[in-house]
Design a protein around this ligand. Structure first.
Ligand SMILES: Nc1ncnc2c1ncn2[C@@H]1O[C@H](COP(=O)(O)OP(=O)(O)OP(=O)(O)O)[C@@H](O)[C@H]1O
Ligand SMILES: [Mg+2]
Length: 220
C-alpha cells in the first residue's frame, strides 16, 4: 500500500514560490490501477516523482508498505527506487548505443543479480512485453511502440511492485498507444503490479480501475 499524507511540494523560481502539490493526501491499494488526469502544470509529474522516491516533499510523508521512504538513508532510498519502482516516461529515455536487451538489463547493474544471468533475464522480459524478436535492435531501429515496450521491459526487470508511467502514450498514435495500455492492463491483472498512470488521454484513463483528477496540486 502507498500512502501520501499531507504532501506539500513547492519550488523556488527566482523570488517566486511555485506550489506544485498543496497538502495532498492519497491512499493507493496494492494491485490498483490508477489514472491521474489534470491540466498542464497541475502537479501530476511531481506527484509521480514523490511516490517513486525521485524527489523530496517540503512537508508530509510518503509511506510505501509502512515505510516512510524519505526518512531512509540515501542508499536505502536508491535501493527502493531500483527494486520496488519501475518508471516509464513519454520519451522512452532509452540509451541509443545499447541494444533493446541491454537497455532492459541496465537496472540489473545495480541489483544483486549475477552478470551472467543478465542477458537471459532481459530476453525473458522482452518476451513478456511482446518484443522477443527485437532483442538485438538499437533504439534507432525500433518504432515508437516498440521503444516504449523496451522501456516497460526495463521498468519490469527487477520485478517492481509498482509502475509509475508519465504520459506513456503521449508520443504514440492512438492504436499503438491502445496496445501499450493493453500491456499495462495485462501486467496489472496477471502480475498484480500496482500501476499509476498520468495521462491526457480519455481512452487511456478508461482502462484504469479508477481516475483521480488533480488541479492546482490538489486531488479533486
Ligand atoms: N524543477 C522545477 N522547478 C520549478 N518549478 C517546477 C519544477 N518542476 C515543476 N515545477 C512547477 O510545478 C508545477 C507542477 O508541475 P508538474 O510537472 O508536476 O505538472 P504536470 O501536471 O505534470 O504538467 P504537464 O501535464 O505539463 O506535464 C508547475 O507549475 C511547474 O511549472
Ligand atoms: Mg508532467
Amino acid at each position: 500500500m502507498i500512502e501520501l499524507k499531507n504532501i506539500t511540494k513547492s519550488y523556488l523560481l527566482g523570488k517566486n514560490k511555485i506550489l506544485a502539490l498543496d497538502n495532498l493526501s492519497l491512499t493507493i491499494k496494492e494491485g490498483d490501477f490508477l489514472a491521474i488526469v489534470g491540466p498542464s502544470g497541475s502537479g501530476k509529474s511531481t506527484l509521480l516523482h514523490l511516490i517513486g522516491g525521485l524527489d523530496r516533499p517540503i512537508s508530509g510523508t510518503v509511506f510505501v508498505e509502512g515505510v516512510d521512504i524519505y526518512s531512509q538513508k540515501d542508499k536505502d532510498l536508491a535501493f527502493f527506487r531500483n527494486q520496488k519502482v519501475g518508471f516509464v516516461f513519454q520519451t522512452f529515455n532509452l540509451l541509443p548505443t545499447l541494444t533493446a536487451w541491454e537497455n532492459v538489463a541496465l537496472p540489473l547493474t545495480f541489483s544483486n543479480v549475477p552478470p551472467k544471468q543478465h542477458k537471459l533475464k532481459a530476453l525473458q522480459v522482452l518476451e513478456k512485453v511482446g518484443l522477443g524478436q527485437r532483442a538485438s535492435h538499437k533504439p534507432s531501429e525500433l518504432s515508437g511502440g516498440e521503444s516504449q515496450r523496451v522501456a516497460i521491459g526495463r521498468a519490469l526487470i527487477n520485478n517492481p511492485q509498482m509502475i509509475l508511467a508519465d504520459e506513456p502514450t503521449g508520443n504514440l498514435d492512438s492504436k499503438t498507444g491502445g496496445e501499450i495500455m493493453d500491456l499495462f492492463q495485462e501486467l496489472n491483472v496477471k502480475e498484480k503490479i500496482t500501476i499509476i498512470l498520468v495521462t491526457h488521454n480519455q481512452e487511456d484513463a478508461k482502462k484504469a480501475r479508477k481516475t483521480y483528477r488533480i488541479l492546482d496540486g490538489k486531488i479533486i
